[in-house]
Design a binder for this molecule. Structure first.
Ligand SMILES: Cc1cc2nc3c(=O)[nH]c(=O)nc-3n(C[C@H](O)[C@H](O)[C@H](O)COP(=O)(O)OP(=O)(O)OC[C@H]3O[C@@H](n4cnc5c(N)ncnc54)[C@H](O)[C@@H]3O)c2cc1C
Length: 514
C-alpha cells in the first residue's frame, strides 16, 4: 500500500505525482509501493514501514532539482535528499520522516572537471567513489582521491555526512571546497568565492567573504548540494603500506602516543586505523581472529623514495621504545595499480572496492545487517584506552558481540564499532536498537558522543548537545524556520525539525526503535 505524505489526500497525491512527471518525465518518478521498498535501509527490520517514502524523484539537472523543490513548497510535502543512498546502517536511502518524497541524485553523476595542477575535481552528487577513481585514471592517473571502505557510495553524500577515508585527505568533509546548493525556496547559491560570478577560486579558496556557509550544508537540512569541488592528492612517486602489530591495551596506549607524535611531526600524513582481533602476516594479509587481543595498526607513507626511507627510519626509532611492537612495510611504485592486492593496501591508495560486503565473511551472508556506534574520543593514549574499555564493557553488558577499530586523527580518535544482526528477525532488530540507545546514553554520561547516527536516534543524539539549554539546536532551528518556513527539506535530519513538526516529536525515551 502506498504511503501518502502527511496531510495529503489521495487525489492531491495524484496531482503531486503528475506535477513531478510534468517537470521530470515519467521515467524519473517512482510511486509504486513495490519499487519503493528498495528505498528502505536494508540494515533495519525488513518489514518495518516506519521510514517508508511516498515517492522517489530522480532529477538530472540543477534546474530539475529547483523544480522539485518548488513543487514540494506548492503542495506542502517534505523531501529527503540522497546522492547514492548507500548510507546503510545510518538509514540508507530512507527518510527520517515517513511519507517524504526522496530526491535521488543518482542520475546527476558527471565528473564535471579535473584540475591536475591544483589537484581538485568538481563532481555532481551521484558520482560514486568508483566513478571518480575511473575518471582520474582516464585523465592520466596523476591524482588520487581519498575513499571510504566501500566504493559504491557517493563522494558528496559520504562527505556531507562527515564520512571518513584513510589517505592524507581522509577527513572527507574538510576536502569539500565550493558548493552549488539549491535552497529550500528553489533558488541556487554558490558558496565561497563562487558567490562572485565566474570567480576562478571557487574550488581553491576554502573560506568566503564574511561567514563561511559550507558547514551549514553538512549533516543538515538547509539545502540540496548539486555540485561540489573536492580536493585530491597528487600521485606520489612511492606508496608504502605500514603495519604495526602488538598485543594488549597497555601497548595500545603507547602506540597511540607514538602515532600521534609522528602525525604532528609530519612523518605520518594519513589517518591510521587500529584494529583489534586482526592479525597481519609479513605479506600484509590480515586475518580476523575473533576474541583475540592482538592489534594491528595500519597507516601509509606517500612521497619520494628517499623521503619514505627517511620517514620509515624515524618510525622505527619511535616504535623501538615500545616493547613487543613489530613493524611491517610493503612498497609500491606510485604508478602501480595492480600491486596493492588486498583491501587494506587498496583503500589507503584510493582504489575502491566492495570487499567488506563479501557475504562469505558475514555472519548472516547477504542478509547481514549491522548497527554502527562510533563515539569520538581524544587522540591521547590514556583516553583511547579508557573509551575502548568503556565500549567493551557496554557491548558485554548488553550481550552483543562487536567488531571495531580506532581511526586516529591528530587530535581526536573515532572509535568505530559495529554489531551484526539478522534484519529478518523483528525481536533481534528491536533488541539491537534498544541496546544502541542505552549505550548512547551511557557514553554521553561518560562524556563521549557519536559523530554520526541512524534515523532512529537522531533526536536522542541531538538532545545530548545540551550546552546553554540546547543553544546549538535553538540556533539551527531559528535558521531552519527562516530559510525553510514550509519545512520542505529533510525534516528531522540530525534532530533539526521545522517549526510545524517540532511539537509532534516524542522525547527520545518514548520512541520505538524499529
Ligand atoms: C561495510 C561498510 C563499510 C563502511 N565504511 C565506511 C567508511 O570507511 N567510511 C565512511 O564514511 N562510511 C562508511 N560506511 C558508511 C556508508 O556506507 C558510507 O558513508 C556511504 O558512502 C554513504 O552513502 P552515500 O555516499 O550513498 O550517501 P547518501 O546516502 O547519499 O547520503 C548520506 C546523507 O547525506 C545527506 N545528503 C546526501 N546527498 C545530499 C545532497 N546532495 N545534498 C544535501 N544532503 C545530502 C542526506 O541526509 C543523506 O541521508 C560503511 C558502511 C558499510 C556497510
Amino acid at each position: 500500500m502506498t504511503t501518502l505524505p502527511a496531510g495529503l489526500s489521495r487525489p492531491e497525491f495524484d496531482r503531486l505525482i503528475a506535477a513531478f512527471v510534468d517537470a521530470l518525465g515519467v521515467e524519473s518518478v517512482i510511486a509504486d509501493a513495490t519499487r519503493l521498498r528498495e528505498y528502505r535501509d536494508p540494515y533495519t527490520y525488513r518489514e518495518s514501514d516506519e521510514f517508508d517514502a511516498a515517492a522517489v524523484v530522480t532529477p538530472t539537472t540543477t534546474e530539475q532539482v529547483q523544480a522539485v523543490v518548488r513543487i514540494a513548497n506548492r503542495f506542502g510535502v517534505h523531501l529527503w535528499t540522497i546522492s547514492q543512498g548507500r548510507n546503510n546502517t545510518y538509514g540508507g536511502p530512507a527518510p527520517r520522516l515517513r511519507g517524504c518524497v526522496i530526491v535521488s541524485l543518482r542520475e546527476m553523476n558527471k565528473v564535471v572537471e579535473i584540475d591536475d595542477e591544483l589537484a581538485y575535481a568538481v563532481v555532481e552528487p551521484g558520482v560514486r567513489w568508483f566513478d571518480l577513481y575511473e575518471a582520474l585514471q582516464a585523465s592520466g592517473g596523476r591524482l588520487w582521491s581519498s575513499i571510504p571502505d566501500l566504493g559504491w557510495g557517493s563522494v558528496v553524500g559520504n562527505s556531507l555526512d562527515y564520512g571518513v577515508g584513510y589517505s592524507p585527505n581522509g577527513d572527507h568533509a574538510s576536502q569539500l571546497c565550493g558548493m552549488e546548493v539549491v535552497l529550500p525556496d528553489g533558488s541556487v547559491l554558490h558558496t565561497g568565492m563562487g558567490a562572485a560570478t565566474g570567480n576562478a577560486n571557487w574550488h581553491t579558496y576554502p573560506h568566503a567573504f564574511g561567514p563561511s556557509l559550507e558547514g551549514l550544508f553538512k549533516q543538515s537540512n538547509f539545502g540540496i548540494v548539486t555540485k561540489v569541488g573536492v580536493w585530491l592528492m597528487r600521485r606520489p612517486q612511492r606508496y608504502t603500506v605500514c603495519w604495526v602489530r602488538f598485543v594488549g591495551l597497555d601497548r595500545l596506549e603507547h602506540v597511540v602516543e607514538a602515532l600521534r607524535s609522528l602525525m604532528h611531526e609530519g612523518v605520518v600524513l594519513n589517518l591510521p586505523m587500529l584494529n583489534r582481533g586482526l592479525e597481519v602476516d609479513e605479506h600484509g594479509m590480515s586475518v580476523v581472529v575473533p576474541g583475540s587481543d592482538a592489534w594491528s595498526g595500519r597507516f601509509a607513507l606517500y612521497g619520494r623514495a628517499t623521503m619514505i626511507d627517511t620517514a620509515y627510519a624515524i618510525i622505527e626509532e619511535e616504535f623501538a621504545g615500545i616493547d613487543g611492537v613489530q613493524l611491517i612495510r610493503r612498497d609500491f611504485d606510485g604508478t602501480d595499480h595492480s600491486g596493492p592486492s588486498n583491501h587494506d593496501e587498496r583503500v589507503q591508495r584510493g582504489i575502491p572496492d566492495m570487499d567488506l560486503l563479501d557475504p562469505n565473511m558475514l555472519p548472516f551472508g547477504a542478509d547481514t545487517a549491522h548497527l554502527d556506534l562510533s563515539p569520538i574520543g581524544t587522540a591521547r593514549g590514556t583516553d583511547t584506552v579508557r573509551l575502548q574499555k568503556l565500549m567493551d564493557d557496554l557491548y558485554s553488558r548488553h550481550h552483543r558481540a562487536s567488531v571495531g577499530g580506532i581511526l586516529l586523527n591528530k587530535r581526536h580518535a573515532l572509535h568505530v564499532s559495529t554489531t551484526f544482526y539478522d534484519p529478518r528477525d523483528p525481536a533481534e532488530a528491536a533488541a539491537v536498537f534498544e541496546a544502541y540507545g542505552q549505550m548512547v546514553d551511557e557514553l554521553a554520561e561518560a562524556g563521549y558522543l557519536p559523530y554520526r547516527t541512524n534515523l532512529q536516534n537522531m533526536d536522542r543524539v541531538a538532545n545530548k548537545f545540551d550546552f546553554g539549554g540546547g543553544a546549538q539546536l535553538r540556533f539551527v532551528e531559528t535558521l531552519k524556520d527562516a530559510i525553510d518556513p514550509n519545512g520542505v527539506l529533510a525534516p528531522g535530519k540530525s534532530g533539526i525539525w521545522p517549526r510545524a513538526l517540532r511539537q509532534d516529536q516524542a522525547v527520545p525515551e518514548e520512541k520505538g526503535a524499529v
